[in-house]
Design a protein around this ligand. Structure first.
Ligand code: ADP
Ligand code: MG
Length: 498
């Protein structure tokens, strides 16, 4: 009987193979490492007729991660660590397993679970139940089966931990992204140029045509129309995209400071003055954006013109001429031809900067872009604040469409940022568009005329109510909504019907 294989043994081998096959299919989809450990131990104990079993997995540094046991009291075994030496010992003899499990066992078999070149767990079975035709000790088949099962388990554990690491990393990146959005108020999407009105498309078309050259481009338009955004787009789409984009506001600094900001300053110009690179040098290889060029003092205009013609700069207090490789983009809200005729701007510099001009239309001349811009900004704020994108109700939307936006897109952006913060239950109402002047359906804004406005608050209030009523075409409900008060309050004010 010893040499020949009994039908029982054949059947048993088949069962072992089927168990392995099934484990291979299902271990990968268990919800947690705890569930995996339970599953694996259950299979091993069941199919090898063990009356006790213990399976533990270890994380980084040998700390226990998951644990399953059959037939052992909960407090044992203690002090399992992930050391190959220790595990080899455990697997050698029942007495070692007895020591390990702190309880006497008659037969034992154990195996280390390895993954990614490390021991990540140990599986031990003890005390074989005697079945019909079976033996009292665990045999070679049992050891081979356990080794295969441990191999499958190791792979499943490694995959699961890898997935956990990726999930954690993704969460960390999402968190990081939120933080950056908070800090800058801008996402990559925030750099998008929104708008498909004919006017906006003309701008985009020009951007596409001038981007990949080094010609100077003059961006003109009212404040807030997107001049800087377009300058950044031109840079981003040019061969210089990897090099710096350096903006400088020519209206913000007094002349001497502006000069050293632009061209740099040498050591020893004056006591206490640190030598410093100018923006022209900082922007080397990239793009220099001269914002509000119309406000540059005349004397500096002359120096700038020379730099642009000769492609060399001279630092303040310096004697050397340094070659520069910079593309220049300039912007202004001023009408430069008018300034030229008044002698405030050099005509030769104007033509030098304005090889191509891209005029940015005011928002009120391309109102059809407003809905898209509204959506764009609300989505951006929502992403930044981790909130749902609010809905804009009809009244609020009509007001947004009708307003004239002297501050253009920047104004729209600010109004929406305030509204998104004020909105409740995910809806933006007319009242949430705080400082948008009251509007009628026909557009146009109502502002109290500073000179003729009454000083008395009550008179002022009355005048305002009357104006809003007129705007609302006499519709009291609408007027109340525009005023941000209830109809009842409007009646109580007694300004009606006078
Ligand atoms: N077409 C556009 N799509 C989306 N955002 C825009 C657009 N134009 C301007 N903005 C945004 O409006 C704000 C003002 O734009 P900016 O380029 O600074 O205007 P300017 O330089 O003309 O004063 C910025 O936050 C900018 O991102
Ligand atoms: Mg600007």
């Amino acid at each position: 009987m010893d040499r020949a294989t009994s039908p029982f043994e054949t059947q048993h081998k088949l069962l072992l193979l089927e168990t392995l096959y099934d484990a291979g299919l299902s271990l990968g989809s268990l919800p947690s490492e705890d569930a995996l450990v339970e599953d694996v131990l259950g299979r091993a104990v069941g199919v090898l007729d063990a009356s006790r079993g213990y399976l533990a997995t270890f994380g980084e540094g040998g700390a226990r991660k998951a644990e399953a046991r059959v037939g052992f009291p909960r407090r044992q075994p203690e002090g399992v660590v992930a050391e190959d030496e220790f595990l080899r010992d455990v697997m050698r003899s029942p007495s070692a397993v007895s020591r390990f499990l702190r309880t006497a066992v008659s037969a034992a078999v154990g195996v280390a679970i390895r993954a990614g070149g490390r021991t990540v767990g140990a599986l031990v079975l003890a005390d074989k139940e005697q079945r019909r035709g079976g033996r009292l000790s665990f045999d070679e088949d049992a050891a081979r089966f356990l080794t295969s099962l441990a191999g499958l388990s190791g792979m499943a554990i490694e995959n699961r931990r890898h997935l956990e690491r990726l999930t954690r990393e993704r969460e960390r990146l999402e968190e990081e992204n939120r933080r950056l959005l908070d800090e800058t108020g801008r996402s990559a999407a925030g750099r998008l140029f929104i708008g498909d009105s004919p006017a906006a498309r003309r701008v985009l078309d020009l951007v596409g045509r001038v981007a990949n050259s080094r010609i100077s481009v003059l961006l003109t338009g009212e404040s807030g129309t997107g001049k800087e955004l377009v300058a950044r787009m031109i840079h981003a789409r040019s061969e210089r995209a990897e090099k710096p984009f350096v903006p400088i506001n020519c209206a913000a600094l007094p002349e001497p400071l502006l000069e050293s900001e632009l061209f740099g300053i040498e050591r020893g110009v004056a006591t206490g003055v640190e030598p410093r690179l100018g923006k022209f040098e900082v922007a080397s290889g990239g793009t220099l954006f001269l914002d509000e060029i119309g406000d540059m003092p005349l004397s500096l205009q002359a120096k700038l013109l020379r730099v642009l013609q000769e492609r060399e700069i001279e630092r303040v207090g310096g004697r050397r001429r340094l070659p520069i490789d910079v593309r220049v983009l300039a912007a202004t809200h001023a009408r430069l031809p008018e300034r030229i005729s008044r002698g405030e701007f050099r005509e030769d510099l104007y033509y030098r900067l304005r090889v191509v001009e891209i005029p940015l239309p005011p928002l009120r001349e391309r109102r059809e872009d407003i809905p898209k811009l509204v959506r764009h900004f609300l989505e951006r704020f929502a992403a930044r604040d981790g909130r749902e994108v609010p809905h804009v109700d009809r009244d609020a939307f009509a007001s947004l469409l009708a307003h004239d936006y002297p501050g253009n897109i920047r104004e729209l952006e600010n109004v929406l940022e305030g509204a998104a913060a004020l909105s409740q239950a995910g809806v933006i109402h007319r009242e949430d568009l705080q400082w948008l002047p009251t509007l009628g359906a026909g557009g146009g804004k109502v502002a109290l005329d500073g000179d003729s406005a009454p000083a008395n608050l009550r008179d002022l209030e009355e005048l305002h109510v009357q104006r809003v009523l007129k705007l609302a075409g006499g519709n009291k409900s609408r007027a109340a909504r525009l005023l941000g008060i209830s109809r009842r309050t409007l009646y109580r004010k007694k300004y009606l019907g006078r």
